[in-house]
Design a protein around this ligand. Sequence first.
Ligand SMILES: [Zn+2]
Length: 118
Amino acid sequence: MPCKLCIERGKPWKGDDPRCAFEKETFSPDNWNCATMNALRSIAERRGHTHRDDMGPCSIGFVPFEGADAGYIVMSWYKNRGRTGNAIVMQDSEIRTFTYQDARDALAYNALVTEEAR
Ligand SMILES: [Zn+2]
């Protein structure tokens, strides 16, 4: 089943169907226009935590989060396209698999940070 945000958004465009990155509990690189990944990428952009290099390797961005297993979600993608080709969680001395729970923690944490800034 797709993630909550993909379900809520549906498909308000014509053309290819979206492919959710969280059909399973862990991130899948076989995704396109997943609403959760789009939300995380736009948080990274709003925070100024992205770097775009179309002629070089790719675009990259990161989003911090707190919670039981705090860290950074580090994502890479090509140009500004809908596929997020890679995403992992980095901590001070560890790299681990990115889970849907991490994504939800990051969305909740960054919503709180945005609230506090108002
Ligand atoms: Zn999704």
